[in-house]
Write a protein that binds this ligand. Structure first.
Ligand SMILES: Nc1ncnc2c1ncn2[C@@H]1O[C@H](COP(=O)(O)OP(=O)(O)OP(=O)(O)O)[C@@H](O)[C@H]1O
Ligand SMILES: [Mg+2]
Length: 253
């Protein structure tokens, strides 16, 4: 497997606070790669820097061999990196279909000719119905997004990210707020994204059974700094990880 995303010494400061501190890792093509750590560890900030919402204070990110640090978020989206958000971001008064359509235009747009620039990236324009069916919203295309149950709103968030036909999907806490059966569905969906769509995944999640069950490798961060990287079994047995995050009485379902 070759590296799809390579992050080297990535750092992001906010005034005196270093939210992301000298983080390095590589995600292989076809990998489901987890990032875990306590609240405030810098996980969302790391996503924001990779996706171009924040500029790095130091370090680099390379995607498919191309340097992406410092590029605008719409440019990075067009290169094939999409993301889902920790909080649901959707147009509540509009239908599922309209949200998916808007996601395609908005995430890749910047300036009047943005739509034209989306041509020539070599990736197929996704079919709205196909995406809706994939995330379990096929029969609900004409429903108002704000009226959907929370779990379905989160699925719509994933569908919206798929509208840019990503090669890499950054998922920020996809299981937060879901009930146990919705969590199982989310976990299956993450696997299907990789297995059926060939999308590599960078996953931030606090639900440990889900993370440990679905990830190939995991990076653990604490106070912005990487403290461990490895297989789920290696990471959950690592004393530094138990000390900083998992706790002594941690057990798996
Ligand atoms: N735009 C910002 N300006 C100033 N500080 C910020 C900004 N964004 C994040 N931070 C700070 O950076 C640190 C890391 O925050 P971040 O949201 O990345 O953590 P997290 O690991 O995603 O936490 P959680 O698990 O609670 O979502 C926190 O101390 C936060 O307050
Ligand atoms: Mg976060």
């Amino acid at each position: 497997m070759s590296a799809l995303l390579e992050v080297q010494g990535l750092t992001r400061r906010f005034g005196g606070l270093t939210a992301v501190s000298d983080v390095s890792f590589a995600v292989s093509e076809g990998e489901i790669f987890g990032v875990i750590g306590p609240n405030g560890a810098g996980k969302t900030t790391l996503f924001n820097v990779i996706a171009g919402h924040y500029k790095p204070s130091a370090g680099t990110a390379t995607f498919s061999g191309r340097g992406i640090s410092g590029l605008r978020s719409d440019v990075i989206a067009r290169l094939g990196i999409a993301r889902t958000f920790q909080a649901v971001h959707l147009f509540a008064a509009e239908t599922v279909a309209e949200n998916l359509r808007r996601a395609r235009v908005l995430s890749t747009s910047h300036g009047p000719f943005a739509y034209l620039r989306s041509f020539g990236t070599g990736r197929r324009e996704p079919d709205l119905r196909d995406v809706a069916t994939f995330v379990g919203l096929g029969p609900l295309l004409d429903q108002t997004a704000g009226g959907l149950a929370y779990g379905l709103q989160k699925m719509l968030g994933i569908g919206m990210a798929l509208m840019v036909t990503p090669k890499l999907l950054l998922m920020d806490e996809p299981a937060a707020g879901l009930n146990p059966s919705e969590k199982r569905a989310a976990s299956a969906l993450i696997r299907r994204l990789r297995d059926e769509r060939g999308i590599s995944i960078l996953l931030v999640e606090h639900d440990m059974p889900l993370v440990m069950g679905v990830c190939d490798r995991i990076l653990v961060v604490n106070q912005g700094k990487p403290i461990a990287i490895g297989s789920p079994d290696a990471v959950k047995a690592d004393p530094a990880v138990i000390d900083a995050y998992l706790g002594d009485d941690y057990e798996f379902a």
